[in-house]
Design a protein. Structure first.
Length: 206
């Protein structure tokens, strides 16, 4: 076994273990931390597969932004996931059955496809090979319309989420008017109030 193979199998085992811990951990903060660890090992596997751009993107975007934000949300909201998971065992037989069917289908597919002709060993990349350049050429040539369509769908989803969040005025919420904030005068920003001084007696009482 070569060093690359050893690192690949080690990262794969740690990735599977971290993923299992995510769904079995009772503490939500620990579950998020193990999910971050799962993304890290997945990035390591992508680095071995010479997909450096995707590995860095996974670390910067998902670990550095999305998962950290999710961790802060979980810590601030203090969500009781233990209460939400009550009654989970009722659906356990259905989950086991569906998992068994899915694994059977996967084994059937891979058993018929695991041949040397189906998965030939790829040739080694040259020293000046750039996965970023290859990805850019594919996104902006062959998959240009699909890439732009995905960006458009994400933009529509973002605008829809903002519109739903600001739909109507809910009771108990404070809103701001940008027009009134711009038109405010300097006399209205600070209001000085004169109050008489309150003295205390010898015993310290007001």
């Amino acid at each position: 076994m070569t060093t690359v193979q050893f690192i690949f199998y080690a990262c794969s085992v740690m990735l599977i273990g971290s993923a299992l811990t995510v769904i079995t951990a009772k503490n939500s903060v620990k579950a998020v931390m193990f999910l971050i660890l799962s993304f890290f090992f997945a990035a390591c596997i992508w680095m071995i597969l010479e997909a450096e751009f995707l590995a860095i993107l996974l670390v910067l975007v998902y670990i550095g932004a999305v998962m950290v934000l999710f961790l802060f949300v979980v810590m601030m909201l203090d969500v009781d996931f233990a209460e939400l998971r009550q009654g989970f065992t009722r659906y356990l037989p259905i989950a086991v059955l569906m998992s068994g069917i899915l694994l059977y289908i996967l084994f059937q597919v891979f058993d018929s496809a695991l041949t040397p002709e189906a998965f030939p060993i790829p040739e080694a990349r040259p020293a000046d090979y750039s996965s970023v350049k290859e990805l850019g050429m594919l996104l902006y040539t062959k998959y240009f319309y699909a890439f732009e369509l995905a960006a458009l769908i994400l933009m529509v989803a973002m605008i829809s989420a903002i519109s739903l969040a600001f739909r109507g005025k809910r009771e108990g919420t404070k809103t701001q008017s940008v027009r009134k904030q711009v038109q405010v005068k300097k006399e209205q920003r600070l209001k000085i109030i004169s109050m008489p001084a309150e003295g205390t007696n010898k015993e310290g009482e007001e």
